[in-house]
Design a protein around this ligand. Sequence first.
Ligand SMILES: NC(=O)c1ccc[n+]([C@@H]2O[C@H](COP(=O)([O-])OP(=O)(O)OC[C@H]3O[C@@H](n4cnc5c(N)ncnc54)[C@H](OP(=O)(O)O)[C@@H]3O)[C@@H](O)[C@H]2O)c1
Length: 304
Amino acid sequence: MKYIKIGNNIENASAIALGCMRIHALDNAQVENLIMTALDNGINFFDHADIYGKGKSEELFGEFMANHKDLRDKMIIQTKCAIRPGYYDFSKEHIIESVETSLKRMNLDYIDVLLLHRPDTLMEPEEVGEAFEELYKSGKVKNFGVSNHNMMQIELLKTGVNVPLVINQLQLSIVNAGMITSGINVNMENKESVMHDGFLLEYSRLKNMTIQAWSPFRYGKAGVFLDNPDYPELNAEIDRLAEKYGVKNTAIAAAWILRHPAKIQVIAGTTNKERLSDICKATDVDLTRQEWYSIYRSAGHHLP
Ligand SMILES: NC(=O)c1ccc[n+]([C@@H]2O[C@H](COP(=O)([O-])OP(=O)(O)OC[C@H]3O[C@@H](n4cnc5c(N)ncnc54)[C@H](OP(=O)(O)O)[C@@H]3O)[C@@H](O)[C@H]2O)c1
């Protein structure tokens, strides 16, 4: 496992994190096995949200934490708030209430990182700032960030939020690489040059914000691009490199994200412990520049 620095307070976060969105479908023993496998592989970062499994994911994780109090200070635990049924809610009241609920469910005294899950267009930056300050001063939340935010929304938040925003969690994979593609197709008239979300990659690097890549293997609603007949060239190239580096195809797909110098952390959402161990081998792979571009091109992305 490799470790990265996040902001100024988190010195050693594993480059691969365990996303806990899907663990609500597991039983206690399976959750225990999965978390132990993560820890055995050097993963110390765990991603949650108040809404995963309608709270069940945090609850199951909390049952693990209740039985393993000794592990707490070895773990970096992140959760998110602000998605409510039919709306987004950056009100002070909701942010604080959501954190209190997450703390109870997960059997924790503090959360290492709190993210605002999706931008609330009705946000009042000062109100978010008050909520964050209260949570920080009470020791209930140590660090803050956002998810699915563009750069101007982050700048807007910063007008009222005084604590550093150190993470932006965004969808990113070989096949879902808009933030990379728009930066490659500069000064062009093709559709790839359309910048949907602003200069997310460059902004994050300039502002020392860690990008967390969610759904690093997903393709379409229910599938993954690995071993998928929709991507024959990509899979041939990934399989060739998997053989070269002696790892599984999942590790190459994760290594492609880790190779980017933008401090990207991979949030793997598997509930399968063998797969998780395979993915962790990604940190042993250092793709060359040519290999990185070759994977990118074989996914159907073109260089201008
Ligand atoms: N901020 C946001 O808006 C947002 C949105 C979505 C997710 N997230 C976070 O990101 C994490 C990861 O998201 P995700 O679960 O969609 O991402 P993922 O890791 O790309 O996908 C994992 C899913 O794909 C399945 N899968 C099937 N074949 C696979 C293969 N060969 N390799 C890897 N996975 C395979 C897994 O099944 P098995 O379990 O059987 O392996 C699992 O259901 C979530 O847990 C959550 O923490 C954040």
